[in-house]
Design a protein around this ligand. Structure first.
Ligand code: PRX
Length: 549
């Protein structure tokens, strides 16, 4: 894809990133090596805290050397520009410098969420044609199980394997960074839609210019900040705002390797004197549920700015944030596909509780009906953005048709329903499709359905998101059994475990209902809209395409 629209805004910002003399640009150089030139070499880049409370600090100098060793190691394996190199690791320091090392070589980096099981990995790895995969001994079995189906996978490397560690340590710590073009692909990340397999969203090196600008503007990052973005780099927020923009700005960044735990989270904030904190509504609601006593045991006065992303941030959470921390959570809106924050309650704009805020200065957003006509103020419609901006996805890997389907009449269609008020604030209403958001994580119903029907007792399954006070939504499955008389609580548990084991721990249906048959169109497509209407007691709407039910 050749961007046809480069906002003037970024022409003016052109010098905010470092171009090589020949006019090429490498994202990883901008993110990490550039810090040496501006005097940040001895500054701490990463403060890593493991689940058991051990802290490791890595300077920018050290990050440069470590990522160089990875880049040299990859070259020793014969990796070439454009090859896909994958990371399947939990949040450990290695993940961060491996990601940057890959990008330095000109290969395309991708990260797979460490909760993924074999079925989720297989689809994604097959599609990407990954050549080299970094994992650890703990997760290796999930790849071993599917290795025979991955024709292009040449090397699987365990970062805790002695042979690798020795080899890595023996690599030179300087590296001639690939002179990639701004439009070359830097990284990709799979995400889910309503139908079909996950989509490999591809981002270019040039995205960094907008990622930096958006972080400055929406997260209020300043040179002496200690910043914590709680997202896992298996999701886009964890890449863009916990590796790329933050380090490009030379900001000391905290990563906590453990699972969510209220007490631990408060301790991390306190111990490292976090000043800027970027998290999700579900995490905020989980903290709220633990009450204020817990908060009072910690000195959290270091916090200067708080922001949130990934799902609607309810006004109650904002009010609680203010009562508890004396600060507001600033909601931000964006998507894997947009590559950076697009709409936000910026510090300058202030808080508009319940609203996503206003488009950033370089974003043109409109609410349109299905005929691409702009709707009037306060009316619900499709949230559309004027392409192209530097961090927009460049393609969908091996699926140009799907990529094209995002665009109509010169607009990018986000897939979200929203409205705009008279003051220009945008309000999220819901997804226009069947994508589920649970705990801020994006799940495609089709993937869950596909795994459920692999179970020997299941004929078919329909999956929807069901509103949940804490998680935003939970995954709910309607399941048709081969033998109705087997319906039992025990079987529900077994099906949940089945999805956990084959797909991912976070994607299993927390609720299952057995049902005789699924509502389908005459062409056999599951009408999840009707499942939702039945579940919530809403009017069923147009059923002219429904097969006899
Ligand atoms: O539905 C919107 C929701 O998350 C979707 C994008 O998900 P993902 O690609 O995983 O990226 C999430 C983080 C960048 C959107 O289409 N979403 C994101 N931010 C918000 C939101 N919904 C409501 N309010 C938000 N602030």
């Amino acid at each position: 894809m050749n961007p046809q629209y480069t906002p003037e805004y970024f022409e003016q910002l052109k010098d905010s990133v470092v171009w090589f003399e020949d006019g090429s640009l490498n994202m990883a150089y901008n993110v990490i090596d550039h810090n040496i030139e501006i005097g940040n070499g001895n500054k701490t880049a990463l403060i890593y805290e493991s689940e058991d409370g051990k802290t490791t600090e890595i300077t920018f100098f050290s990050m440069v050397r470590k990522s160089n060793r990875i880049a040299n190691y990859l070259e020793s394996l014969g990796i070439k520009r454009g090859d896909r190199i994958s990371i399947f690791l939990p949040r450990i320091p290695e993940l961060f410098y491996i990601f940057l090392g890959i990008i330095k070589t000109g290969a395309i980096a991708s990260i797979y969420f460490s909760a993924f099981e074999s079925a989720a990995l297989k689809d994604r790895l097959q599609n990407s044609g990954t050549k080299v995969m970094f994992t650890n001994k703990n997760l290796l079995a999930r790849i071993e199980r599917i290795k025979d189906d991955l024709a292009e996978l040449k090397n699987v490397i365990c970062v805790d394997d002695e042979e690798f560690v020795d080899n890595y340590k023996a690599q030179p710590d300087n590296f001639e960074i690939a002179h990639t073009q701004a439009e070359d692909y830097a990284f990709m990340l799979y995400t889910s839609g309503t139908t079909g397999k996950p989509k490999g969203i591809v981002h270019s090196h040039y995205a960094i210019i907008q990622q930096i600008a958006s972080a400055k503007l929406s997260l209020d990052l300043r040179p002496n900040d200690v910043y914590w973005c709680t997202a896992d780099p298996g999701w886009i927020s964890g890449i863009v705002y916990s590796i790329l923009s933050n380090w490009a700005l030379g900001i000391t960044t905290v990563v906590y390797g453990g699972r969510f735990d209220s007490e631990k989270w408060y301790s991390v904030l306190e111990k490292h004197k976090v000043t800027v904190w970027y998290t999700t509504p579900t995490a905020i609601r989980m903290l709220m549920a633990k009450g204020e006593e817990l908060v009072k045991r910690h000195d959290l006065s270091s916090i200067r700015f708080m922001a949130s992303v990934g799902e609607p941030l309810n006004p109650e959470a904002i009010i609680w944030g203010n009562k508890t921390f004396g600060k507001f959570f600033h909601d931000t809106w964006w998507q894997t596909e947009t590559g950076s924050i697009m709409i936000a309650n910026t510090p300058k704009l202030g808080i508009h509780p319940g609203s996503m805020g206003k488009p950033l200065p370089w974003v043109e957003a409109k609410i349109m009906d299905d005929n691409m006509e702009e709707v009037v103020v306060n009316e619900e419609g499709n949230l559309c953005l004027k392409p192209y901006w530097p961090s927009i996805m460049r393609t969908i890997w091996n699926d140009e048709k799907k990529y094209e389907s995002y665009f109509k009449d010169g607009w990018y269609i986000s897939g979200d329903k929203a409205k705009k008020d008279e003051k220009g604030y945008f309000w999220f209403i819901g997804r226009a499709d069947d994508v589920i958001k649970t705990s801020g994580e994006r799940i495609g119903p089709f993937e869950v359905e596909s795994v459920l029907i692999e179970h020997p007792e299941v004929v078919e399954a329909g999956v929807i998101g069901k509103p949940d006070a804490v998680r935003g939504e939970i995954v709910k499955a309607f399941v048709v059994l081969k033998n109705e008389s087997l319906a039992s609580e025990q079987l529900k548990l077994e099906l949940q475990e089945f999805v956990r084991h084959h797909l991912a721990g976070h994607a299993y249906p927390r609720e299952i209902e057995f049902i005789d048959r699924l509502p389908k169109t005459r062409s056999g497509k599951i009408m999840r809209r009707i499942l939702r209407a039945k579940e919530f007691g809403d009017p069923i709407g147009d059923i002219s395409t429904l097969e006899d039910y």
